[in-house]
Design a protein around this ligand. Structure first.
Ligand code: ADP
Ligand code: K
Length: 447
């Protein structure tokens, strides 16, 4: 089903014309309303009166995550605060969160693109949707929620986690659709099998999964475990939230439609920033075309993927392939964005630890796990007369157990993820020998 067929099937030439008009308007809008963009464009010699639209796009330079941090909290906003109807934050920023804002019109468009996405995922008005995306500052929960209402679905706003309750509601309310992170959908599928819940006890037909990278293997597990057809939903707070792109349920595995009338995508080389040929892998860059509260031009997402038109399509909009990785060191753990440098910041504020650490992400079953190894300070080693820090030493010294507990709690409070903390002695972690030392190992095999 197509929620907005006239837009989703708009002939490409007409779509380009629409994008061109909207881009010129957006450039003019930010030039007069956002000092950050005015300064940037002045420096680049760009003026709205001479800006040609799509053919001039690459002249605009990039907007990066650091620009959000430097303009925290409202510096990138283009409207006065009373016109901002809602604020959200993106996870995974060091220190200060990335704040994003929406006018009433932005929220309406957000709901429309999510409604389009859910329709492409198989949903039809009258169906029930269990929303297991987290509600709150994160864009996932409310983003899906209002889009589902816009499409005419009955929403079950259960939010993330609480597996017992999720399973109870799936059996009692019998929703046709579930939205969740792919790893959480896997957990639900495994639990259903483990508890011997009969497939007929559930009424699920579709799952829209996103917020983290996933694979065809995960799709198969979720599809057979939950007896659904599972599609990919992609998005990011800086641009809107979930629903920037979506896979069609009948075209699974062939890529996700990017809703190009609102979000103009590009793929650029991760080192040079130059556009690559259609179909080539590179960094995904987005320009918002209709945002009022916080328009963003050429946002460098750091997500690695490709864009292509190609065969097998029920709509005219471009498709993006699955996210193959990140051009920065951000990890996505259970849907939550996490920069290892966030651990560094926590260590800096803590006594008795060295600044050396290592982060290892792995998968146990279908859930991501993170272990953080941290060295205690030389001083503390001397004080405790330890040559090395072993499990036995930790068991013996209460102060080490307290230190480990404090660190685990700070990580949980600041980053929003539970991690295992391992204490090591000073000097036990590898040091850089001139080259770049990777503090991160990602052992999750996503293939
Ligand atoms: P979201 O609520 O969409 O997760 P965030 O702003 O917290 O929004 O995170 C955005 C990032 O999450 C994206 O840049 C991308 O790295 C990742 N992400 C979101 N959806 C997907 C998806 N379907 N596949 C792979 N990665 C995704
Ligand atoms: K995410």
């Amino acid at each position: 089903m197509l929620f907005q067929p006239e837009i989703e099937r708009m002939p490409l030439a007409q779509l380009r014309e629409l994008q061109n008009t909207r881009l010129k308007r957006q450039v003019e809008y930010v030039y007069h309303r956002v000092p950050f963009y005015k300064a940037k464009f002045d420096a680049l010699g760009i003026h709205p009166s001479t800006f040609q639209g799509l053919t001039d796009l690459t002249r605009l330079g990039f907007t990066r995550k650091t620009d959000f941090r430097d303009n925290y909290p409202f510096g990138l906003f283009a409207v006065p605060q009373p016109e901002v109807a809602r604020l959200h934050c993106s996870s995974g920023t060091t220190g200060k969160a990335t704040v994003v804002g929406y006018t009433a019109q932005d929220l309406n468009i957000f709901a429309e693109v999510v409604a389009r996405s859910l329709a492409a995922a198989g949903c039809r008005p009258g169906m029930k949707l269990q929303n297991a995306y987290g509600y709150g500052l994160f864009t996932g929960g409310l983003g899906i929620h209002y889009g589902a209402e816009k499409l005419g679905l009955t929403v079950i706003p259960v939010s993330g986690g609480g597996t017992d309750r999720q399973l109870q509601l799936l059996q009692d309310f019998r929703p046709e659709i579930i939205c969740a992170t792919p790893s959480y959908a896997q957990v639900l599928a495994e639990e259903i099998q483990r508890r011997g819940i009969a497939p007929e006890a559930l009424n699920l037909q579709y799952a829209a999964l996103g917020a983290e990278p996933w694979t065809e293997t995960i799709r198969q597990q979720v599809e057979s475990g939950l007896r659904v057809q599972a599609t990919n939903i992609y998005g990011l707070s800086e641009i809107m939230g979930p629903g920037v792109s979506q896979e069609d349920v009948n075209e699974r595995g062939t890529g996700s439609y990017v809703w190009e009338d609102h979000f103009l995508p590009e793929i650029v080389d991760k080192d040079t920033g130059e556009p690559v040929a259609e179909g080539e892998l590179g960094v995904l860059v987005f320009t918002t075309l209709t945002k009022q509260a916080m328009p963003i031009l050429r946002y460098w997402t750091n997500d690695i993927t490709n864009l292509y038109y190609g065969e097998s399509r029920s709509r005219t909009h471009v498709k993006m392939g699955p996210i193959r990785g990140r051009a920065d060191d951000m990890l996505i753990i259970r849907g939550v964005n996490f920069f290892p440098t966030q651990v560094e910041d926590i260590l800096r504020g803590l006594d008795h630890v060295s600044p050396y650490y290592q982060v290892v992400a792995s998968r146990r079953g279908s859930l991501d796990e993170v272990e953080v190894s941290v060295e205690i300070s030389e001083e503390l080693m001397r004080g405790l007369e330890l040559a090395a820090v072993t499990e036995a030493a930790v068991a013996q010294h209460e102060c080490l157990r307290t230190l480990r507990g404090t660190l685990a709690k700070k990580i949980k409070d600041n980053i929003g993820l539970s991690m295992h903390v391992q204490l090591l002695g000073f000097g036990q972690l590898p040091r850089s020998e001139g080259g770049k030392l990777s503090r991160v190992r990602d052992l999750r095999d996503l293939n």
